[in-house]
Write a protein that binds this ligand. Structure first.
Ligand SMILES: O=P(O)(O)OC[C@H]1O[C@H](OP(=O)(O)OP(=O)(O)O)[C@H](O)[C@@H]1O
Ligand SMILES: Nc1ncnc2[nH]cnc12
Length: 137
């Protein structure tokens, strides 16, 4: 990940909060939490999205980003990409530019990347399905 111009690391509740703040500290950026509904205390914007098993919603403080700021979105896992896609919409709605999404795990079969409108997606591990139901990296 190129760090020099990135101004914010946005982490998705809940497990994106494990990695997003450390990445923000490492690259000298601010951390922006993207939360499940009714968790943030200030004025928020919301984005509904679809998962494999239903729908959900993410919220962000309206004053969390300044127009033109470069951003990365951090989460633990990408499956359908619906969550990352909602995060990108929230950030770009307020004028940030998402340059990359990064996850620890990328599930291979659900093509999460296709929902990210061409945004680069970094996945640390991509488990492969094995014959007897176990998985391997
Ligand atoms: O690529 P997607 O299909 O959008 O799925 C990925 C999301 O699913 C999981 O969270 P979940 O929504 O289960 O919420 P949780 O933090 O409450 O476990 C995971 O932590 C991602 O945020
Ligand atoms: N298929 C999946 N397996 C594990 N965690 C998930 N989170 C969202 N989709 C998931």
């Amino acid at each position: 990940m190129h760090s020099y111009a990135i101004k914010l690391s946005a982490g998705i509740e809940a497990r994106g909060f494990l990695f997003g703040p450390s990445i923000a500290l490492a690259i000298g950026a601010k951390f922006v939490p993207l939360c499940k509904p009714r968790k943030l205390p200030g004025k928020v914007i919301s984005e509904d999205y679809e998962l494999e098993y239903g729908t959900d919603c993410l919220e962000m403080h309206i004053d969390a980003v300044k127009p033109g700021e470069l951003a990365v979105v951090i989460d633990d896992l990408v499956a359908t990409g619906g969550t990352l896609s909602a995060a990108i919409k929230l950030l770009e709605c307020r004028g940030a530019e998402v340059v990359e999404c990064a996850c620890v795990i990328g599930l291979p079969d659900v093509k999460g990347q296709s929902r990210l409108n061409g945004k680069p997606l970094y996945m640390l591990v991509e488990p492969r399905e094995m014959e007897h139901g176990c998985s391997d990296v």
